[in-house]
Write a protein of this length. Structure first.
Lengths: 406, 241
């Protein structure tokens, strides 16, 4: 039998019970669509994180607070503001040092409440994170010393507040307190190191301590080294100094760009594998559904199989007929699933970006030709694998028994 | 094939079926219901069929007529004995080779017609040609020609459900003819037909024989048997002398 005839027989058979075929295809659409969405969102997350870490620059060192307890309530302060002063005084391999204290803030303006990431910091952050002021100014040393209730908004904050007017000089309610907006940053679009400045509200570090339950502790300290060639030495020096300051209590961690990249890659790869596994489970379930449908189809068509064998169909002809049917189901479902997955991925990312503004990165779902090919290959493999058993069962039918079947 | 060799030569053909036996009352159901009992359908059958012959295989119900026909048409493998087709042994052929042999050399006509209900008459007749890789445009031509031979070309686009019993059987005969096989094997071809349609079908088969086809008809109807130049009688799986 010619391959095209096998396809024609398969198409005819699927159309003869179009509702059953449609439901089988739906299972594959969901399975492949889920795979495409999961893989693309996972890839988008990975790319975003890699970009943000690469944007850090190779001479940036991040010190994180690893004091026991939770981010909200630590057992000991860990990193504290005094560490910043001590490092500035004693570390000669650092060009600039800035503290970061994360404080989730509920803002209220013009009758609208929104949740943003408050970052308590100092003026050095502007240079370290390569931020640009679009309007007004950034924080000044005086703002920190005088505990001034001022704030600088990230580039996307006015938009998310639904405000078109110029907010510089206006007052914003942060955690129930009035803060004067002194500046708005230019949108960076990509994360700057470990923060996404576009959705942050920057306030003086001294004020952030007052707004937080854990006054003393910091979230991070960012250190810009004097040279990317001296990063290792700078890390060693910082470790030595902090260990001394903390009396051998290692409640902090340090990493430079390459280590962060490696760590983030591992996290995102694990995430991608988990998401991919979920999607594959969906595809397996769809495959089982197809096998079930084909087994029912074989049972209903025993006599037809006997007739075909009587007129000269070989076991291979019968096998290929049912394999073609299975492939047609999964390939059709695969193509539709890929299209659905592409649109769904972008739609889901759009929703996440609107409803999860405090996320450290923008959700994206890039579609690569490789991911489409892989998804298609999975659909094809599902069709071959789950279609084979019913096909073999049909091919092995005895023609005389099949012809006598009622 | 050797010049004077018969088309079909069966030597000591035997066929045993293993059938499941029902559970006996008050017995261990599990053990009894699983027992397979051998049933000897054919026992030491010797038969030669020459090219161009017209013969009937007859006998009471359960005598092995259909089993013999299915073995002749390579639809069933014998359990024992030897089968030579055009002088060549058939026992050693693979399933693929048997399918090819069936496609090219045998045309089957069944009591129940066995047409595909969702296909038109023309598509049903084309079916054997699909399995010998005949190009699509040739298939239509050949199928149309076969339908003309049985005077049904005007009904080529009708489905079996739209045809009478006699017409369906003639479509089945056209399907049997389309690959120009050596033999037509008809298993109770008039069994589901009224007498008029039955005679019409029988006449068609006789005409095909006159045109040179070897025709073997399995039947229990004496009216048909009496018209056959050669009769093979079976009882309990053996040919009566």
């Amino acid at each position: 039998m010619r391959p095209l005839d096998g396809v024609r027989i398969g198409v005819r058979s699927l159309f003869s019970n179009w509702l059953r075929s449609l439901l089988s295809i739906l299972g594959v659409v969901i399975g492949v669509g889920t795979l495409v969405v999961m893989v693309s969102i996972g890839e988008g997350t990975k790319q975003q994180i890699v970009r943000s870490v690469e944007a850090m620059g190779s001479n940036l060192i991040v010190i994180e607070n690893r004091a026991g307890g939770s981010l909200i309530k630590r057992e000991t302060p860990g990193l504290a503001l005094r560490d910043v002063a001590l490092l500035k005084e004693h570390c000669h391999l650092a060009r600039a040092i800035a503290p970061l204290k994360m404080v989730p803030v509920k803002t209220f303006y013009g009758g609208r409440t929104s949740l943003f990431i408050g970052q308590g910091t100092t003026p050095e952050l502007l240079e370290i994170s390569k931020l640009t002021v679009a309007k007004g100014r950034f924080l000044s040393p005086r703002d920190v010393d005088e505990f001034a209730k001022v704030c600088v908004l990230g580039g996307e904050v006015p938009g998310r507040l639904g405000v078109r007017e110029d907010l510089v000089g206006k007052f914003l309610s942060l955690k129930g307190q009035a803060f004067r907006v002194i500046g708005i940053l230019k949108e960076k679009k990509t994360p700057a190191g470990i923060i996404n400045p576009d959705i942050c509200v920057f306030i003086p570090i001294s004020v952030s301590q007052e707004l937080s339950e854990e006054r003393a502790s910091l979230t991070n300290i960012l250190v810009q080294g004097i040279s990317s060639d001296l990063v290792r030495q700078t890390k060693r020096e910082l470790t030595r100094l902090l260990t001394f300051f903390h009396k051998a209590n290692v409640d902090f961690g340090l990493w430079a760009q390459d280590e962060l990249l490696e760590r983030q890659k591992k996290v995102t790869e694990t995430l991608q594998k988990a998401l991919g596994a979920i999607a594959l489970i969906a595809l397996v379930i769809a495959g089982i559904g197809i096998m079930n449908v084909l087994l029912a189809s074989v049972s209903e068509r025993i006599r037809e199989i006997g007739i075909r064998k009587a007129v000269g169909a070989s076991p291979l002809d019968i096998l290929s007929q049912f394999v073609w049917e299975s492939l047609l189901l999964t390939v059709t479902g695969g193509i539709i699933g890929i299209l659905v997955g592409v649109f769904a991925g972008n739609w889901i990312c759009g929703l996440l970006n609107i409803h999860l503004p405090q996320a450290e990165h923008r959700w994206e779902a890039p579609i690569s030709p490789e991911s489409i090919l892989v998804s298609f290959a999975f659909a094809l493999t599902t069709g071959l694998f789950f279609g084979l058993y019913p096909a073999i069962k049909a091919a092995r039918l005895d023609p005389c028994e099949a012809l006598a079947y009622e | 094939m050797k010049d004077n060799a018969p088309l079909i030569q069966l030597e000591e053909i035997a066929k045993v079926f293993n059938v499941g036996q029902r559970a006996e009352p008050h017995s261990d159901v599990t053990a009894q219901s699983q027992r397979l009992v051998p049933v000897r359908a054919l026992n030491g059958v010797r038969l030669c069929i020459n090219e161009g012959e017209l013969l009937a295989i007859t006998g009471p119900s359960g005598s092995g007529k259909s089993t013999l026909l299915h073995i002749v048409g390579c639809l069933l493998r014998p359990t024992g004995g030897r089968y030579l087709f055009k002088g060549r042994p058939v026992e050693s052929l693979s399933e693929f080779q048997l399918a090819r042999l069936r496609n090219r050399n045998f045309g089957f006509v069944f009591q129940a017609f066995n047409l595909l209900p969702r296909f038109s008459a023309l598509e049903n007749v084309q079916l054997p040609l699909v399995y010998n890789s005949t190009p699509r445009y040739r298939r239509r031509e050949m199928a149309q020609k076969a339908l003309e031979q049985v005077s049904l070309s005007h009904r080529s686009h009708h489905r079996p459900g739209e045809l009478s019993g006699g017409e369906q059987q003639r479509v089945a005969i056209a399907r049997a003819l389309v690959t120009d096989p050596s033999m037509i094997l008809a298993d109770e071809p008039t069994g589901n037909l009224d007498s008029e349609s039955g005679w019409s079908v029988l006449e068609t088969l006789i005409e095909l024989n006159r045109a040179g086809k070897t025709v073997v008809i399995v039947t229990h109807e004496q009216s048909i048997v009496q018209r056959m130049p050669r009769i093979v009688k079976l009882r309990d799986g053996e040919i009566l002398p």
